[in-house]
Design a protein around this ligand. Structure first.
Ligand code: DLZ
Length: 158
């Protein structure tokens, strides 16, 4: 029989950090509400949660990297909303943000979840921030909890 490792949505001990971009605040505050509510549902009270606000999504990776490598947090959840405008600005932001968030997790060894929307319209973004397509802030927290559980099990292997 193979050894199968699957994560569970069980919160580990310790503190959680949420990095949230202020740009498109109407959307990102809803993502934040979803993230905090999901942590609470999994037994993480607000006194174990640190929210770090940054100007825009472009600034998320550096803050996430600093938080993740501080050794103070069990996981970091990144929330933002990039909405396509009249220029290609969004493409430059998106390419930096996704890679930067991934690197923050890889270099620190701490789960860093990607809850940054990359949408064509504000309607699409609102749909994904508690509207008809769910709340990606919630999903990012669930992904972080699952990865915490996976890494714990990997660390416990003989
Ligand atoms: C400048 C900018 C633009 C045009 N659009 C967005 C966006 O849709 N979502 C977002 O999170 N941030 C945006 N920003 C701001 C950049 O992320 C960044 O804060 C600025 O370029 C300053 O570095």
């Amino acid at each position: 029989m193979p050894t199968v490792i699957e994560g569970r949505h069980v919160a580990p001990e310790g503190r959680f950090a949420i990095v949230v971009a202020r740009w498109n605040e109407l959307v990102t505050e809803r993502l934040l509400e979803g993230a905090i509510a999901t942590l609470r549902r999994h037994g993480v009270d607000e006194d174990r949660v640190t929210v770090v606000r940054v100007p825009g999504s472009f600034e998320i990776p550096l803050a996430a990297q600093r938080l993740a490598s501080s050794g103070k947090f069990a996981a970091v959840v990144c929330l933002g909303a990039v909405v396509k405008g009249e220029t290609t600005h969004d493409e430059y932001i998106n390419s930096q943000v996704a890679g930067g968030i991934a690197r923050a997790g890889e270099t620190s060894g701490v789960p860093v979840a990607f809850g940054v929307l990359t949408c064509l319209t504000m309607e699409q973004a609102l749909d994904r921030a508690g509207g008809k397509a769910g709340n990606k802030g919630e999903e990012a927290v669930l992904a972080a909890l699952e990865l915490c559980s996976v890494l714990e099990q990997i660390d416990a292997l003989d």
